[in-house]
Design a protein around this ligand. Structure first.
Ligand SMILES: [Zn+2]
Length: 220
């Protein structure tokens, strides 16, 4: 249902390729990666970066791959979720938010999402969510693009002081706003930030806009 990598051993040969080579090697399936902490002695709790929940929003994927290519390990377990690989690789790279036969991968996360007769997208999201919950995450950042020529901004669904601090490390300004959808981070505890950066060139005709931010439409 999704690819799973633990550490760099199996990942490294893929990372030698271009961004497109890497994505195509995933063969249309989402990906979950865990880079184990450099040391297990007093390691802080795990952290997650997710990207490509929308297949036409490449900024997060490019950033994450850049980090992974360096082969670094961190004081904490780093988890990486690469979402709608199929949409990102159909008809060239980053051409579709999601495909016609798919649900929006950023709308199918949570315990209240029905699974009876559910789509592959939903079942995959639930399986990934189960695994991520067992990872005991401390923080999660979900990276999107939007259509506006605005600065980087972060959206904090729960504006606790800790979440605002994390958001401020990622972007300025920070918006407190709870998206009316079922993105993955809504299902994960407790410190979470959605991060958007400026513009992608792709067609957003299928996009469902859920809020206003800085005068531009954001589509978390
Ligand atoms: Zn998005």
């Amino acid at each position: 249902m999704y690819h799973r990598f633990d550490g760099y051993d199996e990942l490294k040969p893929l990372l030698d390729g271009s961004d497109g080579d890497i994505l195509r090697a995933f063969d249309g399936k989402p990906v979950l990666i865990r880079i184990p902490a450099a040391s297990t002695v007093a390691a802080p709790r795990a952290r997650l970066v997710s990207c490509l929940l929308h297949g036409n929003e490449p900024a997060g994927f490019r950033s994450v791959v850049e980090v992974l290519r360096r082969g670094e390990r961190f004081p904490f377990d780093l988890w990486v979720l690469i979402g709608n690989v199929r949409a990102a690789t159909e008809d060239g790279l980053f051409a579709h938010r999601h495909l016609d036969d798919q649900e929006d991968f950023n709308r199918v996360w949570g315990d209240d999402v029905p699974l009876l007769g559910a789509s592959e997208t939903r079942r995959c999201a639930r399986a990934m969510l189960d695994e991520l919950r067992s990872a005991d995450l401390e923080a999660a950042v979900d990276i999107h693009n939007n259509t506006g020529r605005n600065p980087y901004y972060a959206v904090v669904p729960d504006p606790t002081p800790e979440a605002r601090r994390l958001a401020a490390l990622c972007a300025d300004p920070v918006l407190a706003w709870r998206p009316h959808a079922r993105p993955p981070l809504a299902a994960l505890p407790p410190l979470r930030v959605h991060l958007a950066r400026l513009h992608v060139e792709a067609d957003f005709g299928k996009g469902k806009y859920t809020g206003e931010a800085l005068g531009n439409r954001a589509h978390l």
